[in-house]
Design a protein around this ligand. Structure first.
Ligand SMILES: *Cc1c(COP(=O)(O)O)cnc(C)c1O
Length: 405
């Protein structure tokens, strides 16, 4: 994210400076709209970075969470949890997979996936297992997940990185074939179905099918990081379902709890029993409040047909962006699926974040030159039109005022 142009004084002198923040502070929200403490209203094209599946203050979610808070927030993983079984069974039903481990965030879900891959290797006698990861990948900020991440800016200052990763380019079957032929210690392939932070870069259907086949032939785990692209965002429950394949391991987080922190690793038969009692754990993971948030999010998504909405409104939003921007010099590509869209420009455009907020629209800029829209899945057609109406003139004037680089 870009820093504001001029910072007069630090408005948050006790908050660690891990983000270069804009000065406005959000006060409350309703649906796809958020108000700041000065009363200014914003259309939420960011959804808390693909988190607020049901938007803000959803009338079906709020009373359910209030009821849960009044009943039970947390006990511990020492006791049986009907709420965990309830959410896990729904995730298994929707994914066709078998068992779920619950945690609290995306990096934790990915960390668990990496541990499963390593233990899967050790269980079959590979003492130094290797995992295939991708150029432009993002998997989180812990030491292991930042090592799996591609961006050198995310590595800088935190070396030595965790070893045991082999990096390949996305959508290049020859490159991964080469790894299969030369590295006997590979145990898993780990990728985002649509790279989020890396610039909204989809893995192609053909590529996903090819790596599924390669995993079967080589006894590797296919681990699909659906932390950002999962939970209905592309118009299917999980983005890989467009390719008609099944993963062995699927980390989830962001949209699963509509804003309540919850992560999950969903596993198929080859991975579901790799972790045994004592191998992994978490204090907060699977707590009653988080589970209820997940259960209600999925229930409301079904009841309100939000997959269909993400597909239809996402297509309309994309069509509007294409209509207004495809002939504009400086716009490289408009891509993505459903309500996960990226507009790549021919130059760094971080300042569009602040310009859009000024104009009443929340969005993000990722991979330096990609404007990213990941709004709530309740976005309606008029709101999609408003995003187009606010954003496209901003991009055009930005491109006129700046030069390509
Ligand atoms: C956001 C994200 C993560 C990290 O999730 P956190 O909850 O921030 O730890 C991991 N993978 C992908 C694909 C993400 O988009």
């Amino acid at each position: 994210m870009n820093a504001p142009e001029t910072v007069i004084a630090d408005p948050e002198p006790h908050v660690m400076h891990t983000y270069a923040r804009l000065p406005m502070a959000m006060s409350h929200g309703r649906g796809c709209w958020v108000w700041d403490t000065a009363g200014k209203r914003y259309l939420d094209g960011l959804g808390g970075i693909a988190v607020n599946t049901l938007g803000h203050a959803h009338p079906k979610l709020v009373p359910a969470l209030q009821e849960q808070i009044g009943r039970l927030i947390h006990t511990s993983n020492y006791y049986a949890s009907p709420l965990q079984e309830n959410l896990a069974s729904t995730l298994c039903e929707l994914s066709g997979l078998d068992r779920v481990f619950f945690c609290n965030s995306g990096l934790e879900a990915n960390e668990a996936a990496l541990k499963i891959a390593r233990k899967f290797g050790h269980d079959k006698g590979i003492a130094r297992p290797e995992i295939i990861v991708y150029e432009k990948a993002f998997h989180g900020r812990s030491i292991a997940t930042l090592s799996a991440t591609a961006n050198p800016k995310i590595h800088a200052g935190f070396e030595p990185l965790v070893e045991g990763f082999v990096r390949v380019p996305l959508n290049d079957v020859a490159a991964i074939d080469e790894v299969a032929n030369t590295r006997p210690n590979v145990v898993a392939v780990f990728l985002e179905v649509i790279q989020g932070e890396g610039g909204v870069n989809p893995a192609t259907t053909d590529y996903l099918r090819a790596i599924r086949r390669l995993c079967d032939e080589n006894d590797w785990l296919l681990m699909l990081d659906e932390v950002q692209c999962g939970i209905g965002r592309t118009g299917k429950w999980f983005a890989h379902q467009w390719a008609g394949i099944l993963p062995d391991v699927m980390p989830l987080a962001k949209g699963l709890g509509s804003g309540v922190p919850v992560g999950a690793v969903v596993c198929g038969p080859r991975a579901a029993t790799v972790l045994q009692p004592g191998n992994h754990g978490t204090t907060f993971g699977g707590n009653a409040l988080a589970m209820r948030a997940g259960i209600e999010t999925l229930r409301i998504m079904r009841e309100d047909r939000l997959l269909e909405n993400a597909s239809a409104v996402g297509a309309a939003l994309r069509a509007g962006l294409v209509r207004e921007l495809s002939d504009v010099t400086g716009v490289v590509e408009i891509r993505g699926q459903g309500l996960m869209l990226g507009i790549e420009l021919d130059r760094p455009c971080g300042e569009l974040l602040g310009r859009a907020a000024e104009a009443g629209l929340l969005l993000s800029v990722t991979a330096e030159r990609v404007v990213r829209l990941v709004p709530p899945l309740i976005l309606n057609a008029p709101e999609a039109d408003q995003i187009v109406a606010i954003l496209c003139p901003l991009i055009e004037s930005f491109l006129q005022e700046t030069v390509p680089s």
